[in-house]
Design a protein around this ligand. Structure first.
Ligand code: FES
Length: 228
């Protein structure tokens, strides 16, 4: 009941909060996006985890210790933890801003789209969806059981990644091959190595599931997820 009133009160703010949020996202994006390595660093591509989620706990802990130290007459400890807490607040704000420019709260950006996807040990037949064969080049979208794959073919060598980008679900089968060995997502430009799905450029910070593809005994192709 109370939750419904709170939700209604929050929703009622959308008329002014959305334009303000869009404006902030635009100027923050213009500031951070052009310096890609910095955005990757702030997002946590190097860590394999959002940095913002890690550092937001630090001010809470530091400030709590500061209050306790003050109460028990330890001014030096209180001062140091207070400074640490303020510094962590600044880091939290900056990393939060880097996440915010990719509309994190609206579309669940930075929530790993494949966190609960099973590894699987079985080979699964590839459904080419009416194509006579996997075309050369790519990426081409095909299905393997319940999973959609973005496949790239060079002769009889097939490289395949899950077609849904780990960052925010972007369509990797509509992405571009960069440097011959990586696939770039068309939504926010994350790049994954075709050979093993490792993320090499953010804003994604999670690896993309990669698949082995081989010819099936009865004709056609089959795929199996590579071990992580
Ligand atoms: S969905 Fe954001 S980089 Fe792919």
């Amino acid at each position: 009941m109370l939750g419904r009133y709170v939700t209604r009160a929050v929703d009622a703010q959308v008329r002014w909060s959305k334009p303000l949020g869009d404006f902030n996202r635009r100027w923050l994006g213009a500031l951070i996006r052009p310096i890609r390595p910095i955005q990757d660093f702030l997002n946590g591509t190097w860590l394999g985890h959002p940095v913002h989620a890690v550092v937001t706990d630090v001010p809470i802990g530091a400030m709590t210790v500061s209050i306790i130290a003050d109460l028990i007459g330890q001014p030096l400890v209180a001062d140091v933890t207070m400074m640490l807490g303020v510094l962590a607040m600044v880091v939290s704000a900056v990393t939060g801003a880097a996440d915010y420019i990719d509309i994190v709260y609206l579309v669940g950006t930075n929530v790993n789209r494949h966190a609960w996807r099973g590894a699987g040990t079985k080979w699964v037949a590839i459904d080419l969806g009416g194509l006579p064969d996997i075309p050369q080049g790519g990426p081409t979208k095909v299905k393997a059981g319940i999973n959609e794959l973005a496949v790239i073919r060079e002769g009889d060598r097939i490289l395949a990644l899950h077609a849904q980008c780990a960052h925010a679900g972007g369509p990797l089968a509509e992405g571009a091959i960069v440097g011959g060995d990586r696939l770039e997502c068309p939504w926010h430009g994350s790049r994954y190595l075709l050979a093993n799905g490792h993320v090499v450029r953010g804003p994604a910070m999670y690896d993309q599931p990669a698949y082995e593809v081989r010819r099936a005994d009865g004709g056609g192709w089959e795929a199996r997820r590579q071990p992580a």
